[in-house]
Design a protein around this ligand. Structure first.
Ligand SMILES: *Cc1c(COP(=O)(O)O)cnc(C)c1O
Length: 218
C-alpha cells in the first residue's frame, strides 16, 4: 500500500486498510490486531457476531461488507461501525431507523455497479445521485462515500476503468455538495490500481491471511 501510494504521489496516510476477516478464526484476527490493525471487514452476520464477542476486549472497528438483507439490518445497525454495501433506499432507511441512539451515526457507503450487466449488485450510475442524496438525508446514517466490487475485466480491457468510473461518480457527487470522504475500492488482486486511481479505503483479505477455503453455507 505504501509503495502504491508513493508511485501515485499520494500520502500513505490517505488510504485506510480494512482487513477482511471473513472465514478467519478469532485467533487470526487477534494476531493481526496485535500488530496494530484495528479495522476489520466481515460478510456474514452470525460469523461476525461470534468474533465480536470473543474480541470485545480489543478496540476494533467493524465494517459490514457483505450483501444486505432486510431481516439482518437490526443487528448490523447495532453492532457495526460501517456498512459498505448500501444499494437501495429501503435498506438504508431500516439501518437509520434501527441505529441505537447511544451510538454515533452509522458510517455508510453506497455500492455502485461499475461493471454494467456483468454485476448484479450495486446501484446503477443513473440512480446514484438520487440514492446518495436520500441516504445523506437520513438522520442516523453518515454517508461517507462510494464502494464498488468490479467484475473481472475482459481480456484487453483496461483494469483501471471501473475505478475511474467510481472516482468520477464520487467527484460529481462531491461537486454537487455531498461531503464525502471515502472511496472504498481495491481488494487483494487490484488494490495497487485502485490506490493509483484514488481509493481511500482498501478491503484486503487474501493478501493478509492467505487463501480462503470456500464457504459452504453463508
Ligand atoms: C471478500 C471480500 C474482500 C476481500 O477480498 P480478497 O480478494 O480476499 O482481498 C473485499 N471486499 C469484499 C466486499 C469482499 O466480499
Amino acid at each position: 500500500m505504501h509503495l502504491a501510494c508513493d508511485l501515485a504521489g499520494r500520502d500513505a496516510r490517505a488510504v485506510q486498510l480494512v482487513a477482511v476477516s471473513k472465514t478467519r478464526s478469532t485467533d487470526e484476527v487477534r494476531a493481526l490486531a496485535e500488530t496494530g490493525q484495528t479495522a476489520f471487514g466481515e460478510n456474514y452476520l452470525q460469523e461476525a457476531l461470534g468474533k465480536m464477542e470473543a474480541l470485545a476486549d480489543l478496540p476494533l472497528q467493524w465494517h459490514f461488507i457483505g450483501p444486505l438483507q432486510s431481516n439482518k439490518t437490526r443487528e448490523i445497525a447495532a453492532r457495526f461501525d460501517w456498512v459498505h454495501g448500501i444499494d437501495r433506499l429501503k435498506i438504508a432507511q431500516r439501518l437509520s431507523d434501527q441505529r441505537p441512539d447511544d451510538l454515533p451515526p452509522l458510517s455508510v457507503c453506497v455500492q455502485v455497479n461499475v461493471s454494467g450487466e456483468d454485476s448484479k449488485s450495486g446501484c446503477n450510475l443513473e440512480d446514484l445521485p438520487a440514492l446518495a442524496t436520500a441516504v445523506h438525508d437520513l438522520p442516523r446514517l453518515k454517508l461517507r462515500g462510494l464502494m464498488a466490487i468490479p467484475a473481472p475485466v475482459a481480456d484487453g480491457a483496461d483494469p483501471a476503468a471501473p475505478f475511474i468510473t467510481l472516482r468520477d461518480a464520487f467527484n460529481a457527487l462531491y461537486a454537487n455538495g455531498l461531503p464525502l470522504d471515502t472511496l472504498s475500492m481495491g481488494m487483494s488482486d487490484d488494490f495497487e490500481t485502485a490506490i493509483a486511481h484514488g481509493a481511500t479505503l482498501v478491503r484486503i483479505g487474501t493478501a493478509l491471511f492467505g487463501p480462503r477455503t470456500p464457504k459452504t453455507s453463508p
